[in-house]
Design a protein around this ligand. Structure first.
Ligand code: FE2
Length: 370
C-alpha cells in the first residue's frame, strides 16, 4: 500500500483504504479500481491523497488503524453534525458525543499495543471535523499513557473533539483564506478559544474542564499563548495535552500551502517546540506511542541497502521488520527479502528516506515516503 497524491493517480490503480469526504459517504471503497471519472471527482472534492494497493507489499502489512474506519467515520459525522448545529445555535448532542468518545476509548484500551502509525491519523482532507477527530484520538492516546482513569479520559476526549467549536463563529472567508491573515483577521481567529468556552461552559451535560480545553488549547507552556497568556501548570493539563495533539495532527495533515510532514520531520518540529510551546510530559507520552518508522516508509540500513518497513515492534520501535527492495549498489531487487531488525544485532536503520531520495533512486512508482 502506498500513499499517492491525487494529482498523480492513474486509472486502473486499486484503492487500498476507503476514502471519505468528512462524512460517512465513502467516495472510493477499498478494492475499487480507479477510473478517470473517479479521479476527477476526488480531485474536485479536494482529496489530497489516496492509499493505493501496491504489488510489492502483501495485504498483511496494511498498517493498523488506530481506531476502526467505521468508528472514525461515525465520529467525523458526529463532529460535523454537532459543529454544524453549533453554527446554527441549536442544541449540541453531547450525550452522543460522550458515547462516541467512550467507544474510541474502549477501542484504544482494548489494544495492548497502541502504536500510532502515521496512516492511522493522517487526514485525507484537512477539514475541521477530521482534524477534530484526530486530535481527540491522539489526546486519548496521551491520556491513556499518563494513566488517566475512564472518567478523566471522557472529559479529555469530549473536550478534544470539541476544542475548535468556537471556529464555527468565525467567518469561513477568514478561516479558509489562502493568503496571510491581516492583524485584525488574526485577532478574530484567536477569538475562537473564548467563543468555544462560552458555547460549552453552560452545557449541563458537559464537564467545565472539557469547556476549558476549548478556552486554553492555544495557551503556551512559556506563557506566550492566547487568550490569557497562562504559563506552565497554570494551564489545565487537559488543554496542555490537546495542544500537543493539535500540533502533531496539524503537522501530519496536507495543507493547501504544503504537503504533510514526514513522521521524522514532525517529531523534530515537536521536539523543538517542547518546553517552549508545549509541556514536555504529554509530548513524551505521545512520542512513546508513535511509530518512528511507520509501516510503508522507506529506510536505509547500515549495509547501504534500502527497505520498506513492514511491521513495527512496539518494544523496539527503531528495529522494525523491513523488506529489502534496493541493494547497496542502488539496484532494485526482483526478489525482495525480509529482515526482522529486532532479531539482528548487526543490522540497523541509518536514516529514513525523504522525497528527494525517492526521486533519486527512482522509487516514486512504488512508494510515497511517509
Ligand atoms: Fe484552535
Amino acid at each position: 500500500m502506498r500513499r499517492i497524491e491525487t494529482k498523480q493517480l492513474k486509472p486502473n490503480m486499486v484503492v487500498a483504504r476507503s476514502v471519505s469526504h468528512g462524512n460517512t459517504n465513502v467516495l472510493a471503497q477499498a478494492g475499487m479500481v480507479l477510473t478517470v471519472e473517479a479521479i476527477k471527482r476526488l480531485t474536485e472534492l479536494g482529496i489530497a491523497a489516496v492509499y493505493i494497493r501496491e504489488q510489492y507489499v502483501p495485504e498483511t502489512i496494511e498498517p493498523e488503524h488506530v481506531i476502526p474506519d467505521i468508528l472514525r467515520l461515525e465520529t467525523v459525522a458526529l463532529a460535523r453534525a454537532n459543529l454544524s448545529e453549533a453554527e446554527n445555535y441549536l442544541k449540541l448532542d453531547l450525550n452522543r458525543v460522550a458515547d462516541t468518545v467512550n467507544s474510541i476509548i474502549d477501542e484504544l484500551l482494548a489494544s495492548d499495543d497502541i502504536v500510532v502509525q502515521l496512516t492511522g491519523i493522517r487526514a485525507f482532507d484537512d477539514c475541521l471535523f477530521t482534524h477534530s477527530v484526530n486530535v481527540c484520538v491522539l489526546s486519548i492516546v496521551i491520556g491513556i499513557s499518563l494513566n488517566y482513569n475512564k472518567s478523566r479520559l471522557i472529559e479529555l476526549g469530549v473536550g478534544a473533539l470539541l476544542h475548535d467549536i468556537g471556529k464555527t463563529r468565525i467567518s469561513p472567508a477568514i478561516l479558509n483564506k489562502p493568503d496571510d491573515l491581516t492583524r485584525r483577521e488574526c485577532e478574530q481567529v484567536k477569538r475562537h478559544t473564548t467563543y468555544g468556552f462560552e458555547m460549552l461552559r453552560n452545557c449541563a451535560e458537559l464537564s467545565l474542564l472539557s469547556a476549558h480545553i476549548a478556552f486554553q488549547h492555544h495557551e503556551r507552556w512559556d506563557g506566550q499563548g492566547y487568550p490569557r497568556g497562562l504559563r506552565g501548570e497554570l494551564i489545565h493539563e487537559y488543554a496542555r495535552i490537546v495542544a500537543v495533539a493539535d500540533v502533531y495532527a496539524a503537522l501530519l495533515a496536507d495543507r493547501p500551502y504544503r504537503p504533510a510532514y514526514t513522521v521524522n520531520q514532525a517529531l523534530n518540529i515537536l521536539e523543538r517546540m517542547t518546553g517552549v510551546y508545549l509541556d514536555p510530559r504529554p509530548v513524551s507520552a505521545l512520542v512513546s506511542n508513535i511509530a518512528v518508522y511507520p509501516v510503508g516508509s522507506l529506510v536505509e540500513i547500515n549495509t547501504g541497502c534500502i527497505g520498506m518497513v513492514m511491521e513495527v515492534n512496539k518494544a523496539a520501535p527503531t528495529r522494525p521488520v523491513i523488506r529489502i527492495m534496493v541493494n547497496n549498489s542502488g539496484r532494485q531487487l526482483k526478489r525482495t527479502r525480509l529482515i526482522d531488525l529486532s532479531k539482528s544485532t548487526t543490522v540497523m536503520i541509518v536514516r529514513a528516506l525523504n522525497d528527494e531520495d525517492v526521486d533519486k533512486l527512482n522509487l516514486r512508482q512504488y512508494v510515497s515516503v511517509t
